[in-house]
Design a protein around this ligand. Sequence first.
Ligand SMILES: *Cc1c(COP(=O)(O)O)cnc(C)c1O
Length: 244
Amino acid sequence: MNTTNETAYAAFLRERREELLDRIADAASRSGRTSEDVTLMAVSKTVDASKMIQAYEVGYHTFGENRPQELVRKWEASQNLDDIRIDMIGNLQRNKINKVIDKAGLIHSVSSGHLAEAISMRAASRDVTAHCLLEVNVSGEETKSGMAPNQAKRVAEQFMELPNMKLEGLMTMAPAYDASAARGSFNGLRELCEELRCSTGLPLPVLSCGMSGDFEIAVEEGSTLVRLGRVVFDPSFADAVNVR
Ligand SMILES: *Cc1c(COP(=O)(O)O)cnc(C)c1O
């Protein structure tokens, strides 16, 4: 690619992406895997569409948004780009499902059986398949969204009865600034996913975990998709906050 006209920001995005891919590859090798086993998502929720498109141009193809309206805006801005996917990673209210149902790649934030039913209804009426992850509160912190691990077992069973729904795996957010608690929750997510594979017979290939401050730990513990925002887009993001 011709980089002579690249802006300083695009150059930053490109170099940072190379660094992140190296760090992901190192962490993946510590879990007997390669970087090919891990999707690097750029969480574009805090940047405008033009920065998202610059990120696409340096190689990102999977993006994450946490607000339905913003997902729609970014989706509209990227209609002429090939091979781009925008996932819904934030809390999804039932009255907003219609907005994103035919636009979101993967919905990471299915946090209850009721929400799964509502998504299924909207997907069926639009004749699309909703690809979903169950958001699980593995750490049990009160401030975290997501269902309890036991509830995830019930909802995963329920999923198999719901039309136009495909369960692809699990998602979690770990406690911040606490490396050992983060490792514990990623490890718990992986074990829960293994249990659900046995009980449902579904392949459940996706483990969505790891953010800017803890993604190497997540990859060591089996993450197949890291959701990175600040470390991708913010040149001033201090690596010092990365827990190890
Ligand atoms: C914002 C957000 C991220 C990215 O967080 P960073 O710490 O900026 O990497 C990941 N997942 C979810 C659900 C988010 O809302």
